[in-house]
Structure formats: C-alpha cells, structure tokens
Write a protein that binds this ligand. Structure first.
Ligand code: ADP
Ligand code: ASP
Ligand code: MG
Length: 464
C-alpha cells in the first residue's frame, strides 16, 4: 500500500445511541487521528430492530402501525442531528433523515404489495439504519474540524444475493475496498462507512446477518491490511461470561484467534462469529474496547496467547437451540451414511453446530430450526429421529484445555444435578461443549463461573 497502514475502528449501536454517545465516539476517533482511522459504524441502537418490526407489520398489512413504529427512532435521529450540529447547521442532516423516511415508506408499501420481493426489499430498508448513522458520524467529525467523509459500503463489500445473510466475495471486496478507500487515506480524510451492508454485482443492497457490522470491519481491515481492527462496544472487552447472566464476569486480557472464534460462535454476542476469519488470514490483531471507558485496554485477540495455569478462559452459552438424534443400525460399519445425513442439512441450507456420534447414532444441534419439518421428513428415511427443542449449549474455552487433566470432571461435577447431552471436545482441544435444557442454562453458567473464576479460584492479576 502506498501509504501507512490504517487502523479500523468499528462502533456498535450502543456506542451511537444518542448525541452524547456520538460526541464521545468523535472524541475517540480524534484521539487516534495519527493512526489513520477508517471508521465503521452500526445503526443507532434500536434502529435495526425497529425497521424489522416495521417490515413485519407491513408484510401483514398493518400499514398504519408499520409507519408509526418508526416514529420514535426517526425522532431520535433528528434530535441527534440538532444536538450535535446545532439547529442552524442541522438542515442537510435532517433533509437526509426525511429523505430516508420517505424511501422507507415507499419500501413498506412494496413489502406489502410484492411478497415475493420481501427479502431484497427488507435489505434495502435495513440499510437506512447504517446509512443514517454513518452520515451523522461523518458530520459530527467535520463539526470538530476533523476531515471525515461518509462512504457507501455498497461500493466496497461485494456479496452474493443471499439477502439477509449475504456472503462476501473476498477478492472483489478487497480490491474494491482498496480502490475506493485508498484515496481518502492518502489525503488524510477519515472514511466513515456503515457496517452490515453490501451489494451484489448487479447493485442490489444486501446485509451480512444480524450483528454483521463486526464482520464488515474485519473485511475492510483485511482488505487494507490494517494495523489493528478495533471493535468498540458497551463492555470492556470479552468477559469471562455473558455479563447479563454473570454480572461479576471479568475482562479477559488476551485471547487467541481460535479461542475468540469459539466464544463468538457459541454465544459471546460481543463479537460476530465471522469476524475472526478475515483477521486470521491477514494476521491482524483484533481489540475489543469500551466506548464508555476508552482508556481501558480491553481484550486483545491475536495469534499468540499465554495459556494461563487456570486453563479455562471463558464460558459462553447459547439458548434457543434444537437437538436432533438420528439412530440407525445401517450406520454400523457402513460408509456414506454420514455424508447422506449431512447432505440433508446442506440441501435445506441449515448450519449444524455441535455433532457427536456413537456406533449407531448421530446427535447434532441446530441454531436455526426453520427448515426442520422438511429436514425431518428426509432424515426419517435414514433412521429413527428424535427432536428436542428448548436446548442450550454451554462452551467452556481455553487454549490449555486439551492437555490439562481434570477440567471435564470439574465442569460436570459442578453441574452434576443437571442432565447433560451432546458432549463434545473440539478437535482443536480448546473447547468443551455440551447441551442442557434451556431452563437450567443461567444456573449452570453461574455455577461454572463461580467454580472457575470465583474469588477462591480467581487467577492472580486478572484473566490472561
Ligand atoms: P454492539 O452494539 O457494540 O455491537 P452487542 O450488543 O452486539 O454490541 O455486543 C455487546 C454485548 O455482548 C454486551 O453488552 C454483552 O451483554 C454481550 N455479551 C455476551 N457475552 C459476552 C462476553 N463473553 N463478553 C462480553 N460481552 C458479552
Ligand atoms: N445494525 C445491525 C444489527 O443490529 C448490524 C450491527 O449492529 O452489527 O444487527
Ligand atoms: Mg454487535
């Protein structure tokens, strides 16, 4: 690259919830100006949820509710524009919000009238969340005298046409991102892009899946060979457990890419599961920071990590899962059976999370069970099938897990009164994963956290 490598800084929805939050994000960017920031921002908190709810109403013909349900978030956008820019200078920003509101109204009408076009229309609608927040943030920077320019992410992120969960084409995305953003970086102008949004080769708007702005940041970071990809959020880094379940969870100072990927995949919402892959390929460190406590160093994710003597780094969990068990004597000594079984899930585009096998049965867990009826009809041709809904997965993660005796015994004795199924230790030996009934998940995570990170067990000097 003909200029120094930039730093990617991604700010999540809670980091831009109101005018004060926008001001403090602008301050954080200003403090890093010499590192050539490239900024990615999510929609203001609540905006994507409100847009989805509004589209749902429109789909069901409740047009008045569909429009009314956006009033509060749109009002919040106008208020931010007035508060950060001053009433006399907010005209252009407010005109953008009004124009977005009018376009959204037209899209709601089409969602109601053209059901087969649902998915592309919804993506078009959702993109306004990120387009408006990035416009406001670029203006907040300019107001501070910093050269910031909104850039449409559809110019950079090229995806397939799987609306709602589009997959990027990496080579084209990298080339487009370099071509579009290099001139800004060279001129020391800070590009501000909405995350989550991309476009197909024919220019249709797509989105990368809920929470996908982290993934946008990683893709852009990899394309620009950034010095670091920073994910700024509302907690200080990756914590030893979900703080909504374990309020005493502590910040983990260091994680390997693999540890972070396992935690993200198995429920640590702080990182979108796809964020780590582009970072690994580019060898780029990922740092998770708190936009409300910018001086704290947060969590650094990179290739090297210290394995702490305590071994367990964190406990992630994910509820709302379904487990499926297929039993068939045809499995005994046969080849091709597992392929036939997984092809069923592939045909129905359904991802499988955890898999365990015995001589005559295969058990697996599913996050998205929307295609389950069709899947079951096909699985029944392979063997007898048992389905259990309302399951949760708990994933205990740490690089040293595979070569430290006694961890599994300690995990299962801590929750010995709770029925455990689907036990799996990944090939990488850095996680121990198992399923339980969803209603026990908070209790189990709390007890496991106490066992591994409680006062008597705390690692000296915090969690490395
Ligand atoms: P953003 O809007 O910044 O993308 P998210 O809501 O997507 O933020 O992710 C941050 C939230 O993730 C935290 O507020 C926390 O409640 C949740 N979370 C779940 N598990 C963890 C964990 N292990 N460490 C940190 N946060 C976690
Ligand atoms: N705004 C999108 C969402 O709420 C993407 C993101 O925040 O990462 O899912
Ligand atoms: Mg997020």
């Amino acid at each position: 690259m003909p200029f120094g490598a930039p730093r990617v800084m991604k700010f999540g929805g809670t980091s831009v919830a109101d005018a004060r939050a926008f001001e403090s994000v602008a301050g954080i960017i200003a403090a890093h100006i010499e590192l050539r920031p490239v900024v990615i921002v999510s929609a203001m908190s609540g905006m994507t949820d409100a847009l989805i709810a509004s589209a749902d109403h429109a789909e069901k013909g409740r047009m008045a509710v569909a429009h009314a349900s956006l009033d509060e978030v749109l009002r919040r956008h106008r208020l931010v524009a007035k508060n950060i820019l001053g009433i006399e200078h907010a005209g252009a920003a407010i005109a953008r919000i009004d124009e977005a509101a009018a376009n959204i109204a037209r899209l709601l009408q089409r969602i109601n009238e053209e059901p087969p076009e649902q998915k592309p229309l919804r993506d078009e609608m959702l993109s306004y969340g990120e387009m408006l927040s990035s416009d406001l943030l670029a203006r907040a920077l300019s107001k501070r005298g910093i050269m910031g320019q909104q850039v449409d992410p559809r110019q950079c992120i090229l995806t397939n046409d799987e609306h709602g969960c589009a997959a990027p084409s990496l080579i084209e995305t990298f080339l487009k991102t370099q071509t579009v953003l290099a001139p800004f970086i060279k001129k020391s102008v800070i590009p501000v892009l909405g995350g989550f949004v991309g476009a197909t080769a024919t220019g249709a708007t797509t989105t990368l899946g809920r929470g996908g702005s982290d993934y946008s940041a990683a893709l852009i970071g990899a394309a620009l060979r950034a010095t670091e990809i920073q994910i700024w959020t509302d907690v200080t880094g990756v914590l030893t457990a979900d703080p909504r379940v374990v309020p005493s969870a502590q910040t983990i100072q260091n994680l390997s890419y693999e540890e972070a990927a396992e935690l993200a995949y198995f429920g640590a919402k702080v990182l979108h599961p796809k964020t780590i892959q582009p970072a690994i390929e580019g060898g780029i460190p990922v740092r998770i920071c708190n936009s409300q406590a910018p001086k704290e160093s947060g969590t650094l994710v990179c290739a090297q990590t210290e394995t702490s003597p305590r071994t367990v780094k964190a406990i992630a969990h994910k509820a709302g899962l379904t487990t499926v068990q297929v039993t068939s004597a045809r499995m005994l000594g046969a080849y091709g059976f597992l392929r036939a079984l997984f092809e069923v899930f592939e045909r129905h585009r359904t991802a499988v999370d955890v898999v365990t096998t015995s001589e005559v049965s295969v058990s697996l867990s599913l996050d998205d069970a929307s295609a389950l009826p069709a899947i079951l009809a096909e699985l029944q041709e392979l063997g007898s099938v048992r389905v259990e809904k309302g399951r949760a997965i708990i994933c205990v993660v740490g690089e040293g897990l595979g070569h430290t005796p006694g961890i599994a015994a300690r995990v299962f004795s801590t929750i010995s009164d709770i029925n455990v199924t689907l036990i799996s230790q990944g090939a990488s030996s850095i996680n121990l994963t198992f399923a339980i009934e969803e209603e026990h998940v908070n209790e189990a995570v709390t007890r496991l956290h106490e066992a591994f990170f409680g006062h008597a067990n705390a690692n000296a000097g915090g969690v490395k």
